[in-house]
Design a protein around this ligand. Structure first.
Ligand code: IPE
Ligand code: IPE
Ligand code: MG
Length: 248
């Protein structure tokens, strides 16, 4: 086994890691402002910490890491900002895909790829196809993703199956429904992290976060690194997850 660059600190129990971590990477704009830089540079800084975060999740044995990169609502930003974000998607995959593939990471895109410009769609589809058979960390990137749109899409897919006689309405249970989400086959989200101190979901993984533990670190996303991730995992491990039951 290769050595782990950032081993877990003693306060994190390696036997009780979250299986699925989801991250709302928020605060790039405020980071740029704070550093008197253009917003595009804030977004760029917000991709520079990604490599270590992804690598560490893979090294410590997290099964799934889901990153919110671009929401269906983010189209409401200026054309310049949207273009900068779209360019970063291309740059990220060009620079990272070889190492991710070599680390056995499987890439899955959550969201409506058909609504993206051609080059971005192509790069994302290629990354998914190239890593489809990998068996390590599942790296899920939400691009042009909206939680409500995902739920509506699942309902439509199921309705079509009923209409064509493939299933009955009664056969639609939670497992069938979850099977039509972009996250089909992944474990439920255990830990949801949103950086920058904001405390809302912003249309992210509405179904999948039903029993997630939420942690809201104060750091702006470009200032969030592996030690901060480990602190969030320690916080997760300090919580009592009751799932509606009663603690013994
Ligand atoms: C999050 O940073 C990145 C994306 C939404 C793509 P923001 O750009 O939302 O940063 P703030 O919230 O303005 O600081
Ligand atoms: C959520 O952050 C989307 C991403 C991080 C990609 P936003 O900054 O867009 O969310 P709001 O506008 O604060 O709710
Ligand atoms: Mg924001």
């Amino acid at each position: 086994m290769s050595t782990i660059k950032y081993p877990l600190p003693p306060e994190v129990d390696p036997a009780r890691l979250p299986r699925h971590i989801a991250v709302i990477m928020d605060g790039n704009g405020r980071w740029a402002k704070k550093n008197k830089l253009k917003v595009a540079l804030g977004h760029r800084a917000g991709t520079e910490n990604l490599r270590e975060i992804i690598r560490n999740c893979s090294d410590i044995g997290v099964e799934a890491l889901t990153l919110y990169a671009f929401s269906t609502e983010n189209w409401n930003r200026s054309q310049t900002e949207v273009e900068a974000l779209m360019q970063l998607i291309l740059d990220f995959f060009h620079s990272e895909i070889d190492e991710l593939d070599q680390k056995n990471v499987r890439i899955l895109i959550l969201g409506d790829k058909s609504g993206l410009p051609g080059p971005q769609r192509q790069v994302l589809e290629q990354a998914e196809a190239r890593t489809a058979a990998n068996t390590g960390l599942s790296l899920n990137i939400a691009v042009n993703y909206g939680g409500r749109a995902e739920l509506v899409r699942a309902a439509q897919l199921l309705a079509r199956e009923v209409q064509s006689g493939l299933r009955t309405p009664e056969s639609i249970d939670e497992a069938a429904f979850a099977g039509k989400l972009y996250t089909a086959g992944l474990p439920e989200v255990d830990l949801l992290i949103r950086t920058s101190g904001e405390m809302r979901l912003s249309n992210f993984l509405l179904y999948q976060c039903s029993y997630a533990e939420f942690v809201f670190p104060e750091e702006l996303w470009p200032d969030f690194h592996v030690p901060q991730l480990h602190r969030c995992i320690a916080e997760f491990q300090s919580r009592s997850r009751r799932y509606g039951g009663r603690e013994e």
